[in-house]
Ligand binder design. Sequence first.
Ligand code: 3HC
Ligand code: NAI
Length: 697
Amino acid sequence: MPPIDRSTSADVAVLRMARPPVNGLDRALRSELLGALHAAQQDASVRGIVLTGGDRVFSAGADISEFAGGASGAAFAEPWLGAVCTALASSPKPVVAAIEGACLGGGLELALACHGRIAGRTARLALPEIKLGLLPGAGGTQRLPRLIGVEAAVSMILSGDAIDSVRADALGLATAVAGSVLEHATALARRLAAHSGSRADDGAVATARTRELGAAALGDAAARLRRPSRAQAAIIEAVRASFERPLEDGLACERRLFEELLGTAEARALQYAFFGDRAAGRVDALPRDVAVRRVSEVAVVGAGTMGAGIAMCVANAGLAAVLIDSAPEALDRGLQRIEQTYRTAVQKGKLSSGEAEARRAAIRASGSLEAVCTADLVVEAVPEALDLKRSVFAEVDRHAKPGAILASNTSTLDVGAIGAATSRPGDVVGLHFFSPAHVMRLLEVVRTERSSDAAVATAMAFARAIGKVGVLARVCDGFIGNRMFEEYCRQAFFLLDEGALPAQVDHALESWGMAMGPFAVLDLAGGDIAWAIRQRRAREQPDQPYSRLPDLLCELGRFGQKTGAGFYRYDGGTRGRAVDPEVDALVVEHSRRIGVERRTISDDEIVSRCVLALVNEGARLLDERIAQRASDIDVVYRNGYGFPATRGGPMYAADEMGLANVVAKIARYSQGYRGASWRLSTLLESAARLGQRLSAL
Ligand code: 3HC
Ligand code: NAI
């Protein structure tokens, strides 16, 4: 099918973009659109033109895959998007955009260049370029402020967030309508055609008063950015041009800034992240026709920390949940936590009371495992003990209906061994949520040797249905995220042994971009959980080098935020952490006791050792085929561990550092303190030797 579907409605030409899957404005669509516009302009029977898209997507904007070539790549091949927008804006026959669904980035810029915009009930309008490290590059920074004012425009462009048709109407961006957008747009095109006179963009410089107002609004927006990123700074500069300069100059300024940003490391990393998030949803070697089972009711077994959060995820997605716990008081506590979470959301204005009530009502409670009998999916979240989980699964197996998917939220146990306690191991998978489950976007979907394709496909579809980023992992202790995190923490502890202090390590990694340093994360997660894992490791892998330091803290009852003290001290119920001189003294004393002469450690070394520990273990996971692809590992780290999206993820960051460089550093570290902890991944070593990139494997 050609990318533009042309039809006419009496004297109005309707140009419908039809480039699956999302009307990405690649070169073919841009050329075809421009050709169709010229043809309509030359057709004497046509008085007005309507530009529209599909029901679900008007247009997702520029084709992001064309950005790879930078300023000389396909994105700028003629006709480039800015030229198409200028052609629309200067059309002697009026053009009206009829918008349903997503109208994003370059898609909204097309609509802004039209002479009128009609938005239907499903319309979602945004300029999300900032999320790709860019600014709108086809007129958005110039036409939007001219249309809705600087304050509203800069807020939309800096946030990148979408607005609906009602908000667009209130802002003067589009006319919101119920019913057929095409009908309304056609009528508007006719009305506009009835008025003669130039329709070209108003290219004049703004009046002194408009300039004054614009400068004030922009000054406020800029003042709110504490340390502006390059894209934020560029947006401020371009929007300033919208009221200080004529349109043509403003557009030239915008294009220059767009080209500059396209080449930045941040923009490249964010574009990699965009495609990585989507690739994670694909399971290699899954037959195309695999039958995804319907999931409308989910049973959650265990109403503790995780179970209550998982039940909320289910209810928040509009599905029915049944929360089951064998201890009545635990079930009550779980329900109270759910109640409290929804109440707080209503108080903060994040949820209407009606919506909160509907979600509460979607969760029913039960004290008996028999209640799993109506569920399409059962998620077990009882304490981390293999025998307990196996007995729960055996009983769930007796009551669950045929075809139900049985999932465990285990963090470390063998999901295959849990599934073997049932008569249907093919229906068993792991669904590893992260805490707090109703907030964190990441969900590791664990496939055992015996999980069926249908169970895996259904679990991945369920992840998407509840708004999570599902990443497939095979069975191993810790799966992708926690197995890597253990190596990261191992290096963080060794750095303390050698001379660093907790606050220095956290500060170095947070300055580099991590949302939280490792010690702050451990305090948040609870030191007792990691302690139990270390005790198990000491039995299973007695030769594994590790620091005794965290055990010393646990022996003092310092389990982190929940006990008011861990690597830091937490006072007065606030989450703020304070450096605790007692911990610093304990760290120094520990070095003395193990005979290590403390040395000054640079922030660079801290970041390098911790991040390369992630990289090396990530490469081992790839080699063992626990993770499907390097970009999946990066998805896990961005969405579950606060890894900065502007650095892509650990595997992408390693590629950017150069794998030969990475391997040389690991070789050096393996000669240093507790160097035996570095077991260089053979895959990493061979990729470095062959000049490959991990993210391209
Ligand atoms: N360019 C290239 N591919 C795109 C794309 C785009 N702008 N938007 C989506 N896709 C691809 C996805 O990679 C995916 O491909 P796959 O099936 O091979 O994995 C496919 O389209 C479907 O996308 P989703 O899985 O995201 O589908 P959803 O239905 O969940 O969401 C959407 C649809 C809301 C349109 C979402 O894809 C989206 O938000 N897209 C990105 C929008 C965006 O960032 N636009 C700005 C582009 S930059 C720009 O316009 C610059 C301009 O100012 C010059
Ligand atoms: P928790 O101790 O808070 O809750 C467990 C609940 O299970 C308790 O309410 C208990 O009464 C109930 N329970 C015990 N035996 C039961 C049975 N036979 N039938 C029904 N209910 C039973 O535990 P938490 O922290 O929620 O962990 C649950 C699982 O999730 C564990 O496997 C854990 O490893 C995993 N996990 C925990 C994370 C965390 O941060 N807490 C993060 C990710 C996974």
